[in-house]
Design a binder for this molecule. Structure first.
Ligand code: NAG
Ligand code: NAG
Ligand code: NAG
Ligand code: NAG
Ligand code: NAG
Ligand code: NAG
Length: 351
């Protein structure tokens, strides 16, 4: 993250971001979906999802708040309404286009990244139009310009490609440039429509997920030193390397833009590598699932399906349902990111 710190400090002085209130406009998959898949696909994600915090199904995959919810809390913003929420959305804090399952490719399929960006174009256009007609509390031109555009996507592209390749490295590695190209296109388009501040999450250590370990037979040579699938994580790292390079290129290409690459991979990997440091136990065991040790994951009884169980202490688990993180883990990740001086979110709206 050192490089990010250096890049940031000069960009900040150069751009001289004017005072304005924080706004977040988010794109991505289940890592940051605050209800999009529920609103958009009608996929009922009810309890036990939400059991720790919301005490109802909000459409979030997990027992409670996501990383983006902690970011909103940090900025004193209300949680982001999904763009697709048709009943009493509140867009005063920003808007969330993320939908669980979203990928970068193929294009033109709901609700992939390119579709999310097109939805944004419509959202902005319509917001400005309604404002000009004097109605409602919508984001104005200055708000869209000073908003922080967040992207967290790629995980599903990697997993789908990995399954198609029987967990072999080369075919997936060959596809990674096309995933990165889509993300680059998304940032370029958002810039074209007035976005100037971008916050890009790297993808996490997919090979540490209890679901992956449970589903795919493996021996010790398939795993890294802490017990995560090597091929998944090597590909995640390759993807992240491309993403970091993309951010660097865009910094030169897009005049006046601030582009921050956030190394989420390392933060999440550290949870699995040193669980006790963060108050976690049994890092590779899903809290909500079926089957008991080592992974408590079974496709026939996943979290919420008949037969599932929930661990005694959710706050001591890293992974909730085999794939998605617990609120406790998300809180730890958000806290680590926000305590990194260069990643202090409020700096995006300094005087
Ligand atoms: C959020 O509110 C708290 C308490 O009012 C305040 O101390 C803090 O500075 C605020 N944070 C931001 C980013 O505005
Ligand atoms: C929308 O959220 C803002 C900020 O949290 C709040 O002040 C406002 O009252 C909300 N509007 C409605 C209609 O609930
Ligand atoms: C934006 O809205 C205007 C009407 O207010 C319309 O003419 C224009 O085509 C729209 N642009 C896009 C990109 O949707
Ligand atoms: C993956 O394995 C299946 C079953 O073993 C096989 O049918 C398929 O051809 C393999 N695919 C690739 C891309 O190797
Ligand atoms: C471990 O499994 C891989 C395939 O997943 C295989 O290629 C390798 O030979 C195995 N190694 C041992 C020591 O069994
Ligand atoms: C649950 O786990 C957390 C984190 O490890 C720990 O602080 C807490 O004491 C545990 N609670 C119980 C009831 O064991």
């Amino acid at each position: 993250m050192k490089r990010v710190i250096l890049l940031l400090s000069w960009v900040w002085m150069l751009v001289g971001i004017s005072a304005s209130r924080p706004l977040i406009i988010n794109f991505g998959d289940s890592n940051s979906d605050t209800g999009g898949v529920l609103a958009g696909a009608g996929l009922p994600i009810g309890l036990p999802h939400g059991i720790t915090f919301f005490h109802r199904g909000t459409g979030r995959f997990g027992d409670g708040r996501l990383i983006i919810d902690f970011f909103c809390e940090h900025l004193n913003l209300s949680y982001l309404s999904p763009y697709l929420e048709s009943l009493a959305p509140n867009f005063t804090s920003g808007v969330n286009f993320a939908v669980a399952g979203a990928m970068t490719l193929p294009q033109f399929v709901p609700f992939q990244l390119d579709v999310q960006v097109r939805q944004f174009v419509h959202f902005k256009n319509r917001s400005l139009e309604l404002l000009s007609l004097g109605s409602g509390n919508f984001i104005n031109e200055n708000g869209f310009r000073s908003a922080l555009y967040m992207i967290d996507i790629g995980q599903n592209d990697l997993l789908v490609a990995l399954y198609a390749a029987n967990l072999t490295y080369p075919p997936v590695a060959a596809k990674i440039p096309s995933f990165i190209a889509e993300i680059k296109l998304a940032v370029q388009n958002l810039y074209l429509y007035g976005g100037r501040k971008f916050w890009i999450h790297s993808t996490g250590p997919l090979g540490c997920a209890p679901k992956e370990l449970a589903l795919h037979a493996h021996n010790d040579t398939d795993l890294d030193k802490i017990g995560c699938f090597r091929v998944h994580n090597d590909l995640a790292k390759l993807f992240n390397k491309g993403l970091r390079r993309m951010c660097k290129e865009l910094k030169h290409e897009l005049k006046g833009a601030v582009i921050v690459y956030v190394d989420v991979y390392s933060v999440k990997y550290n949870l699995f590598a040193k669980p006790s440091k963060y108050g976690f136990v049994e890092p590779f065991k899903a809290c909500c699932g079926y089957g008991g040790p080592p992974n408590n994951y079974n496709v026939k009884a996943t979290c919420g399906q008949p037969g599932y169980n929930i661990c005694d202490n959710v706050t001591s688990a890293i992974v909730w349902d085999g794939v998605h993180y617990t609120e406790a883990a998300n809180k730890a990740v958000a806290a680590t990111i926000l305590s990194t001086p260069s990643l202090k979110l409020e700096r995006f709206w300094l005087d």
